[in-house]
Design a protein around this ligand. Sequence first.
Ligand SMILES: [Zn+2]
Length: 334
Amino acid sequence: MNPPVRVLYLAGSGRSGSTLVTTVLGQYDGVFAAGELRYLWQRGELENRPCGCGRPLRDCPLWREVRRDLPTDRAAAIAAGLRGRLRMRGLPALLRRHRRGRRPVPAHPDDAALTDLYAAVARHTGARVVVDSSKLPPYGALLGALPGIELRVLHLVRDPRATAFSWRRRRGLDGDTDPELMSRPPVWKAALLWLVWNTVTVRLWGGGAPESYLRVRYEDLTADPEATLRRIAGFAGVDADSGPFTGPATVRLVPTHSVAGNPSRHRTGPVPITADVQWRRDLSRWSYALVTGLTAPGLRRFGYPWRRGVPAPARPAGQPVEVWQSASAGQEEG
Ligand SMILES: [Zn+2]
């Protein structure tokens, strides 16, 4: 039997910096930045959208090898099955099963294909750690129950006022020329999604061992990128000295082969990691108040201020050190 595949699963809400973290981690020795693997079947296999390297996924030499080991003729059924099993309305039952110590997402015949996917990725890339930035907590819960997968959860959290602002930006799914836009939920919906996904992430994994769960705020990440990535690398079990940093807040990126994620995954060369704080200036008072009201329980939990202009404490009392926030315009989403 093969050794289990270690999967670093980036969990939480969207627009919290997961694409940037995934791309940077993909530069470390022994790490493969797989991107949002839950979309492999739909956006990759069926829609043939671009791999991180820029080629349509089915033309990417790496994915061509991996796909040989997968039931690609069943991609449509697998994608539909995942959508059905991971629906929002299934959340209460999922959490109930988790509380009772049962498998949060019940077993399904397609699980064999998912197990094969991660094993094939590890085999063809030689990676010791596969980074999956799918974010959706139910998918992470599904993965964690699969045989052959050792799950480590990196929970990325960002100020919900920033994520709500970011969701409203118009952006092509694969860059500015892509006519298909990334989803743009209204601020109230972005706020509720933020609260739900971050709360569920804590419920599922927050009480676990420190080797299996790490929470990082985007604001802390962008305040001290190299040190924060060093910590994440240590958590993932990779050589922290093998990273792409050319300065405390600058990385040199080579292309990855990530599936889905925001368009910034295609960036290469020297890239500065800086906080994107445009929302502080441009988010309307009404939207700020609405998001603050709807996410109040989470603001307290993750150490964000209620009032505008009050800097977040670097380390919320009683919590592990992490958090990370913002990057320059091209990087702040995902
Ligand atoms: Zn590729």
